[in-house]
Design a protein around this ligand. Structure first.
Ligand code: ZN
Length: 59
């Protein structure tokens, strides 16, 4: 009986469990462990979007 993660980090694919604080990208509807993961992902996708639109949320 595995607990289903509430979200998956779009950068490192780590499971993010309920209750954790994460960085959420509102525009792309993606979750990240933290700002560092978001920055990694953003660096790979910089050509597609040049903006930062995230917020810290508690799952
Ligand atoms: Zn991550």
């Amino acid at each position: 009986m595995d607990a289903k993660p509430a979200a998956i980090c779009a950068a490192c694919n780590r499971a993010i469990n309920e209750g954790q604080s994460v960085t959420y990208d509102l525009l792309f509807d993606r979750y990240f462990c933290d700002n560092a993961c978001w920055s990694d992902w953003y660096a790979d996708n910089e050509a597609e979007h040049r903006r930062k639109w995230t917020e810290e949320v508690d799952l």
